[in-house]
Ligand binder design. Sequence first.
Ligand SMILES: Cc1cc2nc3c(=O)[nH]c(=O)nc-3n(C[C@H](O)[C@H](O)[C@H](O)COP(=O)(O)OP(=O)(O)OC[C@H]3O[C@@H](n4cnc5c(N)ncnc54)[C@H](O)[C@@H]3O)c2cc1C
Ligand SMILES: NC(=O)c1ccc[n+]([C@@H]2O[C@H](COP(=O)([O-])OP(=O)(O)OC[C@H]3O[C@@H](n4cnc5c(N)ncnc54)[C@H](O)[C@@H]3O)[C@@H](O)[C@H]2O)c1
Length: 464
Amino acid sequence: MSASHPYDFDLFVIGGGSAGVRLARISATHGAKVGIAEARFWGGTCVNVGCVPKKIMVQAAEYGAWAEDAAAFGWKNLDKPEHDWPTLVRVRDMEVARLSGIYSRMLAGVGAEVFECYAQFVGPHEVRLGERVVSAARIVIAVGGTPVRPEIPGADLALISDDLFTLKERPRRVLIVGGGYIGCEFSALLHGLGSEVTLAFRQSLPLRGFDHEIREMAAESLAADGITVLPGETPVAITLEGETRVTRMASGRVVESDIVLFATGRKPATRGLNLDAAGINCREGAAIAVDDDHATNIPHIYAIGDVTDRVNLTPMATAVGHAMADSFFGLKPRRASYENVPKAVFTAPPIASVGLSEEEAALRGPAEIYTTRFTPMRHTITRRAGRKTLMKLVVEAGTGVILGAHMMGEDAPEMMQGVAVAVVNGLTKAQFDATIGIHPTAAEEWVTMRVATRRVGEGAAKAA
Ligand SMILES: Cc1cc2nc3c(=O)[nH]c(=O)nc-3n(C[C@H](O)[C@H](O)[C@H](O)COP(=O)(O)OP(=O)(O)OC[C@H]3O[C@@H](n4cnc5c(N)ncnc54)[C@H](O)[C@@H]3O)c2cc1C
Ligand SMILES: NC(=O)c1ccc[n+]([C@@H]2O[C@H](COP(=O)([O-])OP(=O)(O)OC[C@H]3O[C@@H](n4cnc5c(N)ncnc54)[C@H](O)[C@@H]3O)[C@@H](O)[C@H]2O)c1
C-alpha cells in the first residue's frame, strides 16, 4: 500500500511481452511499486514465438542459399548442402530460453513483483491472480494477440504460427494460407530450409498495405525462388487422406500437403480477461479502445501493444510502454509517435519500408517517384533467380521532402533503419543527393537516384 493511495500497487501490468515488460521495468526503475503477470512465457510473442525464433530460422535458411552460391565464386564441395533440423531447433530454443530468462530476471532485478499466472479483472482496481486478488491504482492491459483460424471444416488439421516452433522435423510439403507478413516470411524460410512450399492468399498480391510495386516484386521473387504462389485463393475445407492434408479452395483447386499453416491474421487476446468486471469497452474485433494516451474508457485502466491493434510491431510496443512509464512515474510526459514507423518482412530477399507508399502519396498530392532496379553485384556472378533489388523514394513535389522509402533486396531492413531517421526528420531529396555514397554498395543508390521515374498525384491536387 502506498502513502498516497489504498492499493497494493501503483501499477499492475497484465502481460509480460514486449510492451508490458518495458512498461513494468522502466516504471519500477522510476520508483513505482509494480506488479506484473505473465501466463505463458516472459518476453511474449516476439521472444518466444515471433521475431526471435523466426529470425533465427530465416538466418538458417540463408546459409543454404549462400552455400549453393559460393560455388560460383570458386568454393568447392558445397554443391549438396544438407540441413539438420534438430540442430537448428536446439540452438534456436536455447537462444529463446536465454532471452526469456533475461526478461524475467530483469523485472525481478528492478524490484517488480512478478506473477507467473493468468490475470483476470474482478473489479475496476482489482485483478485475480490464481487464488490471490491484488489491487492497483493504475492497471495496464498488455496481453498481445493470438492467431486467427478461418472457420472452415477441418480447420483443426491446420497449424498456426506458434506451431512452426514445435515441429520436430522439416515438413516435406507445406501449404501456407495468408499473404501477410507471416505467410510470406514462413514461406521463404521453410523453402530455404528445403520444404516444398505453396503460398495461397485471397488477394491478387501478397502484403496488403505495402507499396504496390513492392507487392508485385514480392510475388515475382517468391515464385522465382521456387515457391508455388497461388493468388486469389481462399480455403473452404481441409480433409485428411492417410497422412496427407487435402485443402479445397473456393475456386475448386485442390492442394495436397503434409502440413497446412494458417497465417491468416491475429486478434487481440482479450477473451478470458473478464473486461466486463471493470467496464472496459472494446472496438469491433476485440481490440481495446484507447485514446491518444492509451487510456481506456475507464480513466485509470490503459492498454498498450498488439491488444490495441494499431501498429502490431515489437519496437512500437516497447516505445509505447517506455513512454507510458516516463509519463506516469518519470516526470516526463510524452507519447511515442505512430507516424513513419519503419517495417520489414524477412523474406529472401527481404523487404523494408518507411513512410508513404506511392499510392498513399498520390492521394495526397503531386509526388515524384524515383526507382532503381538492378541485379546485386553478388548475383551477377551467382545468377541466382529471384534476387533482384528494387529501391524506391517517394518525394513530395515542390518541397522535395522524402515521404516514403521502399526496398526489396538483400540487407533492406539493415539499410532502412538509417533511411527512416531521414524520413522521420523530414529530410529532402536534395539532402540525400548532397550525401556522398559508399562504394561499391547497393545502399549508395539511395543517394544517386537522379532522375524521377514518374510523377503521380496530379489529380489529387486538382481535386483538393
Ligand atoms: C510469427 C511472428 C513473427 C513476428 N515477427 C516480428 C518481427 O520480425 N518484428 C516485429 O517488430 N514484430 C514481429 N512480430 C510482432 C510482435 O511479436 C508483436 O507486435 C509484439 O510481440 C507485441 O507485443 P505485446 O507486448 O503487445 O504482446 P505479446 O508479445 O504478445 O505479449 C503479451 C503477453 O501477455 C500474456 N498474456 C495474455 N493474456 C494474459 C493474461 N490474462 N494474464 C497474464 N498474461 C497474459 C501472453 O502470454 C504474452 O506473453 C511477429 C509476430 C509473430 C506472431
Ligand atoms: N516482420 C515483422 O515485423 C512481422 C512478422 C510477422 C508478423 N508481424 C505482425 O503480426 C501481424 C500478424 O501477421 P499475419 O501475417 O498473421 O497477419 P496479416 O494481417 O499481415 O496477414 C493476414 C493475411 O491473411 C489473409 N487471410 C485472412 N483470412 C484468410 C482466409 N480465410 N483465406 C485466405 N487468406 C486469408 C489476409 O488477407 C492477409 O493477407 C502482422 O500484421 C504484423 O503486425 C510482423
